[in-house]
Design a protein around this ligand. Sequence first.
Ligand SMILES: [Zn+2]
Length: 161
Amino acid sequence: MTPADIRFAADGMLQSLATWLRALGYDCTAGRELFGRRLLERAVAEQRVFLTRNTHLANDWPRSLVGQAQILFVAGETFPEQLREVVGRFLLDRERFLFTRCLVCNDPLRAAGKPEALPSLPPRVAAREEKFWHCERCGRFFWHGSHVRNSAARLRQWLAA
Ligand SMILES: [Zn+2]
C-alpha cells in the first residue's frame, strides 16, 4: 500500500513507531496531547488505522466507537518488532516514499529550490547539496545528507532483521 491508500494513528506507547512510519512516508497522527479514546475518535473520523498496545480498549470504551474503528493491536515489545509488524501487515513500501514527510509535523514535504533554501542552510550544506525539501508547517528545510543516509541504513537493518 502507498501513502495514498492508508493513514495511521499511533497510540501513546508507540511514538517511535509513529516517527518511523513518517520516515517511510506514511501519514501517522500521534502526539503526547492526543492518545487513547480521543485519538481513537479521531482515527474513526479520519478513517485511520488505529495502532495500539492497549488490549483492554474493547472493554473500557463504547462498543459503538470500537466497532467502527480499524484497529491493529501491535504485539511487538520492541520498536523494531513493531515496525516490522506494521510494514508486513499492510505491505507498506520500504523505499519509494522514504523521507517525503516531516518527522516532526507529519506534513508532506515539497521540493524547494536552492535560492529559497539558502538563507536557512549551514555554509557547508549550501556548498555541497543541490536538492532540498521544505515543510510548510514548521518551515524547516531538508536535504539528503549523511543523516538521511544513516537513517535509511538503520531502517533497512530493522526491517531486514
Ligand atoms: Zn515540519
